[in-house]
Design a protein around this ligand. Structure first.
Ligand code: ZN
Length: 376
């Protein structure tokens, strides 16, 4: 590991600021270091906060940051201003915040103003979020200045998107509905002590939005604890936490007869590499390599085997898909943060490999096995 990457993993704030600048400038060395840090990613919760100007987003983000710090969480705030009109706006906000959080190394703040194309900006934001993740931040908050299509693209980097509205917006709710409302995982009605908060909430329900609606008065800290709870627990999307560098380790197939199935796969030119009876799982296993991955044939060795139950319920067929991931613990932390249903804590299997199972309800209908990539 290079010196710079090591320093970032050790929590060196100066090194982090330096690399962040390099990543923002798309410097080749910086991007190389970022790739080097990939195994350390997958822990942070990435939260996007967007909404029209004047909704009090900065105040809300600051209040949320203080609440998360109170809970012992570390975080990074990425303030993104894709509009070339308001040059310096984000930078000014940055300075004000710097004073407030100055002495706290648990908050890292970065402002990004327009640089190059919008697509480039979204990419840079995504990379900065990954960098903050690798640096060990528990939360990365991406705050955008406005609420246009640009912001939608930038916010799509986040796993959980908070759309901030305020009372008295009237037709504005209609106006900003295009695109932005659909990406909301949480709605905040800020300045909810103003008249009309009720109406905004009713409109959201009338439009059929199912996600949580939280009323806040950010300037007084009201509703912020609820917001912190919500951003920590709402399922959101799991894009950024998809295991990096994952590969299919094997496909597990539940069969009635190991011998018959082995004969079939042998006729295709595959060969059994390994056979085993796993007493604890009450299953007989045959492993047949296929390229970089394998087919795992599973036969019940007892009537109360999980495989016997599976055959009874669903018949023979695909039982699970196993992915090999570079950092199982990080993947598990990410899955937990995203609300996925794990069937066990990471544990050692027969061959000494560490694995965890994820319930089909969280994976699109198939039992998923995640396996720690071995060192060799
Ligand atoms: Zn398996």
């Amino acid at each position: 590991m290079t010196e710079l990457a090591r320093k970032i993993r050790e929590g060196d704030t100066r090194a982090l600021a330096r690399l962040a600048t390099g990543v923002e400038n798309r410097d080749a060395h910086a991007l190389e270091t970022l790739r080097e840090l990939e195994p350390a990613m997958g822990h942070a919760r990435i939260v996007g906060i967007t909404g029209p100007p004047g909704a009090g987003k900065s105040t809300l983000v600051d209040a949320l940051a203080l609440e998360l710090r109170k809970r012992g969480k570390t975080l990074a705030i990425l303030a993104v201003d894709p509009s070339s009109r308001s040059t310096g706006g984000a930078i000014l906000g940055d300075r004000i915040r710097m004073q407030q959080h100055h002495a706290d190394p648990g908050i890292f703040i970065r402002s990004m103003a327009t640089r190059g194309t919008l697509g480039g900006m979204a990419r840079a934001t995504a990379d900065l979020a990954k960098l903050m993740d690798a640096a060990g931040k528990d939360y990365v908050i991406i705050e955008t200045v406005g609420v246009g299509q640009d912001e939608i693209e930038i916010t799509s980097v986040a796993q959980v998107t908070v759309v901030v509205l305020v009372p008295g917006m009237g037709d504005d709710v209609q106006a900003i509905k295009a695109g932005i409302m659909e990406i909301a995982d949480i709605f905040v009605i800020n300045k909810s002590d103003h008249p009309g908060a009720e109406r905004v909430e009713m409109e959201l329900h009338a439009e059929g939005f199912q996600c949580p609606v939280i009323r806040t008065v950010a300037s007084e800290g009201k509703g912020i604890a609820e917001l912190a709870d919500a951003v920590g627990t709402v399922a959101g999307r799991t894009t950024i936490h998809a295991p990096r560098g994952a590969a299919i380790d094997h496909l597990g197939i539940a069969v009635q007869s190991l011998e018959d199935s082995i004969r079939f796969y042998e006729s295709l030119g595959l060969a059994v590499e390994h056979r085993e009876s796993v007493a604890t799982e009450k299953v007989d296993v045959a492993m047949l390599p296929v390229g970089e991955s394998r087919i795992e044939l599973l036969q019940a060795s007892s009537p109360d085997s999980p495989i016997a139950k599976f055959l009874e319920k669903r018949g023979p067929g695909l039982h699970h898909v196993a992915l090999r991931v570079p950092d199982l613990n990080a993947a598990v932390a990410g899955l937990k943060a995203a609300g996925a249903r794990l069937l066990n804590e990471p544990r050692a299997g027969a061959g000494g490999h560490i694995y965890v199972f994820v319930h089909p309800a969280s994976t699109g209908g198939v039992l998923l096995e995640l396996i720690q990539e071995s060192a060799h």
